[in-house]
Design a protein around this ligand. Structure first.
Ligand code: CP3
Length: 342
């Protein structure tokens, strides 16, 4: 029997709305914080036993309808030898940012079995322990990965990356194409090991105008999703602040479009069209609000998607570290109740 989550992703009939949360494993959990006292984030990703334990935590605690591999979008970049570290409360920092065509050579082709054997090993172990619950594999989108490589770390303006895009479109495209290979190869390895769906986190594409997105990024994403098709697992394409890009993202070829909370889900669904499923879109900060507020917002989303095939309930971005676990448990219950038998 195909899982509820995969059926929703492929716009089949479901008995209720499936729910999972981006960053459902992380610092909001006391158990995770305890593990992090002895191990670094990337160490956890490289140790299949610990990775399995961390990935399964939220499934057991919250009763979500899907697990997501505990990893990071920077894992395959490090696996091909780029010196990148994750700095606490800052994010990924690249020791020597990419600035010229000579830097392209630093991004060799990923060979998952050799460069990151722990990824497939963790996926296999997690899938074996999950039973009927599907596992989502993921990767960063080429543009979002490029943002760290070119800017050297997190950015607000992305002026270096955009500068490269406008001044040397050839080099920008060559960089995105190499990262597209990395994304596809990393995702293919996860699907081969048993991942039931694949999500591309292109978190920072919302910094682009629709015109620049269509011209410089969309063709690369169409290529990525076309190459993933043969894996026969549903694909999800997610970004933040994408209200201006939804029509274009719907043309990427992904089965599901993830949306944040800055657009009403009914409007997002209209603009994405009926041929794609939609995932989202509760404001993660709402989980710090009183329960009544959470319930009202969650019901509004479920009701707005009632009668539309293909909705996966999620937050509009990752769970915040300050979130009380109890609020997430309650939210799962509310989504179940509100969508059941409707
Ligand atoms: O969703 C899950 O439960 C899986 C875990 C996951 C992590 N990173 C672990 C992690 C996922 C899906 C990611 C994806 C990721 N990583 C994205 C795309 C999603 C998004 O948030 O937009 C991005 C942009 C990154 C890069 C990255 N890694 C950032 C910006 C940070 C935050 C830095 C900080 O300290 O706030 C990280 C670190 C990171 N990756 C943490 C976790 C749980 C933080 C906690 C820790 O260091 O233990």
């Amino acid at each position: 029997m195909t899982s509820l989550f995969v059926r929703a992703c492929t716009r089949q009939e479901v008995e209720r709305t499936p729910v999972w949360f981006m960053r459902q494993a992380g610092r909001y959990q006391p158990e995770y914080r305890k593990i992090r006292q002895r191990l670094g984030l990337l160490e956890i990703c490289e140790m299949p036993d610990v990775c399995t334990e961390v990935t399964l935590l939220p499934v057991r605690q919250l009763g979500v309808d899907a697990a997501i591999l505990f990893s990071d979008i920077t894992v395959p970049i490090r696996a091909v030898g780029v010196d990148l570290s994750i700095v606490e409360n800052v994010g990924p920092v690249v020791a020597e940012p990419f600035r010229s065509s000579g830097d392209l050579g630093r991004l060799r082709r990923l060979v998952p079995e050799e460069d990151e054997p722990y990824v497939a090993r963790a996926v296999r172990q997690i899938v074996a322990e999950l039973g009927d619950v599907p596992l989502i594999g993921f990767a960063g989108g080429p543009f979002t990965l490029a943002s760290y490589l070119v800017e050297g770390g997190p950015s607000r303006s992305y002026r270096r990356l955009k500068g490269l895009m406008w001044q040397d479109a050839g080099l920008f495209h060559a960089l995105l194409e190499r990262l597209a290979d990395l994304t596809v190869d990393h995702l293919t390895a996860q699907a081969a090991a048993g991942a039931a769906a694949l999500q591309v986190f292109d978190s920072w594409i919302g910094c682009l105008s629709p015109g620049d997105y269509r011209r410089h990024v969309l063709p690369v994403m169409q290529d990525v999703f076309r190459r993933l098709q043969s894996l026969s697992v549903p694909t999800i394409y997610f970004g933040v602040e994408t209200a201006g890009l939804l029509e274009a993202m719907a043309q990427s070829g992904a089965d599901v479009i993830g949306v944040d909370w800055r657009v009403e889900i009914a409007e997002a669904a209209r603009r994405i069209g009926p041929a794609r499923a939609i995932q989202g879109n509760l404001d993660p900060a709402l989980l710090l609000a009183p329960e009544g507020e959470i319930a009202q917002a969650a019901r509004t989303i479920v009701r707005a998607m009632r009668g539309r095939r293909g909705h996966v309930f999620n937050l509009g971005h990752g769970v915040l570290p300050e979130t009380p676990p109890q609020a997430l448990r309650k939210l799962v219950e509310i989504v179940r109740q509100e969508s059941q038998g409707a």
